[in-house]
Ligand binder design. Structure first.
Ligand SMILES: [Zn+2]
Length: 347
C-alpha cells in the first residue's frame, strides 16, 4: 500500500498517513486546517491531497484502489497542474503596492462569496468541489464569518482546506469545524535526502538543509536561488552592525527595510535564527548554530546584560519580541515601521 500514493510533500509522514487513510476509507472531512510556520510545506500538502482526491475523476476512473495516484497524466492531474481544474478553487491574499511599499491584501467577503457560489454548484467532473484558502489568517472578520456560515451548512460534496501559520489566528468556531493537521519542522536528514534527489551534492545538501532550519520549502528556495543564501548571510552581518550602532542608525535601517513587508518579514526570520544561535552559544550547544557569533560593545549594553554581550535572559526576551513583532505585522494592520522600530530599540 505504501507505494500507492505519491506525495511531493517533503516530511510530515504522520499527516500524510492520516490523509491516505481517510482517502482509502472514503472518510473525507468537510474541512481541513493545515497549520504550521512558513515554508514547512502546508501548500504542498494541501495540493498533494487535492490531487489525490481528484486523480482519475475527470476520466471516470476515480477508483483509488488500483493504481498509483496521483498519476500525473489524467485530465484531473493535468488541469490541476495548470491551475485550471473546474472543481478546484484556490484563494490567496492578493499583493498590492503603493508608494513603493509592498503589502499583502486581506482576503475579503468577495472571495468567500465566490467560494460559496463555487461550492454550491454540482461538481463538473469529479466527486468533490474543493476550495483551498491559503494564508487563511488574512481573512477579514466579515469573510471569516461568511466562511463559518458555509461550514455550518455542510454540503456532502464540498471540501474546504485552509492553511495558516497558526490555528490561533483563526476564529475558534471555524477551527472546531475543521480537521486540524499541525505541521512541525522537518528533520534535517529528510531535507538533505530530498535535496540529493534533486541533484544537489551531499556537502551542499547538508549546508542548505542546516540553513533551512527544518523548512523544506526554504531549503529548495536556497537551492534554486543561491543569491538568497548570500542575502541570508548579508542580513546576519547587517544585524551584527545594527546591534553595535546607535539609535539613529537603527531608525535609518528600519526605515529602509519597512518599505517592503515581504522583505521585513524575511529579515525578522533571519534575526530569529541569529538570536536563537546566540542562545545556543550561551548554552554551549555550538553544534546547533548556523550563523556566526555576535557581540556588541559594552556601552550599548543595558541592565541585565553581562558585560559586552547578551545575557541568556535578554536573548529570550528578544526572541519573544521578534515573534511578537512578526505576529503583529502578519495579523494586524499595525504600522510595520513602528513595530520594527520598537524591536530595533530592544536588540
Ligand atoms: Zn491523475
Amino acid at each position: 500500500m505504501k507505494d500507492k500514493f505519491v506525495w511531493k510533500t517533503i516530511g510530515h509522514q504522520r499527516q500524510k498517513n492520516f490523509l491516505e487513510k481517510s482517502i482509502i476509507k472514503n472518510a473525507i472531512s468537510q474541512a481541513y486546517l493545515i497549520a504550521g510556520k512558513e515554508q514547512l510545506g502546508k501548500r504542498a500538502l494541501a495540493l498533494d491531497f487535492i490531487k489525490l482526491l481528484q486523480c482519475g475523476e475527470a476520466d471516470g476512473q476515480g477508483d483509488k484502489s488500483e493504481k498509483n495516484i496521483p498519476c500525473g497524466r489524467c485530465r484531473s492531474c493535468l488541469t490541476l497542474e495548470k491551475k485550471s481544474h473546474p472543481d478546484v478553487l484556490i484563494i490567496k491574499p492578493a499583493q498590492s503596492e503603493s508608494k513603493g511599499i509592498k503589502k499583502e491584501q486581506a482576503i475579503g467577503i468577495k472571495e468567500i462569496r465566490k467560494l460559496q457560489h463555487q461550492l454550491g454548484l454540482y461538481p463538473y467532473c469529479s466527486s468533490y468541489k474543493i476550495a483551498l484558502i491559503l494564508e487563511a489568517e488574512k481573512m477579514t472578520k466579515e469573510a471569516a464569518n461568511a466562511l463559518l456560515k458555509t461550514l455550518e451548512e455542510p454540503s456532502g460534496k464540498a471540501v474546504i482546506i485552509l492553511t495558516t501559520q497558526s490555528e490561533n489566528f483563526i476564529l475558534p468556531t471555524i477551527v472546531s469545524r475543521c480537521q486540524v493537521l499541525k505541521l512541525l519542522s522537518v528533520s534535517q536528514k529528510e531535507i538533505e535526502e530530498f535535496l540529493i534527489t534533486q541533484g544537489v551534492n551531499q556537502q551542499e545538501a547538508r549546508k542548505l538543509s542546516k540553513l533551512s532550519n527544518g523548512k523544506p520549502e526554504l531549503a529548495f528556495e536556497f537551492y534554486k536561488n543561491p543569491e538568497k543564501v548570500e542575502r541570508f548571510f548579508q542580513v546576519t552581518k547587517e544585524l551584527q552592525k545594527l546591534i553595535q550602532s546607535d539609535y539613529n542608525e537603527r531608525y535609518k535601517y528600519i526605515e529602509k527595510i519597512s518599505k517592503n513587508a515581504a522583505e521585513s518579514k524575511e529579515i525578522l526570520k533571519i534575526w530569529l535564527i541569529c538570536f536563537r544561535d546566540m542562545a545556543f552559544e550561551k548554552l554551549n550547544c555550538q553544534n546547533l548554530k548556523i550563523t556566526p557569533s555576535y557581540s556588541r560593545p559594552s556601552q550599548i549594553g543595558r541592565g541585565g546584560d553581562d558585560g559586552d554581550n547578551y545575557s541568556i535572559r535578554k536573548i529570550f526576551k528578544i526572541i519573544r519580541s521578534i515573534k511578537e513583532t512578526e505576529k503583529l505585522i502578519l495579523t494586524t494592520n499595525v504600522n510595520a515601521r513602528l513595530a520594527l522600530e520598537n524591536l530595533a530599540l530592544e536588540i
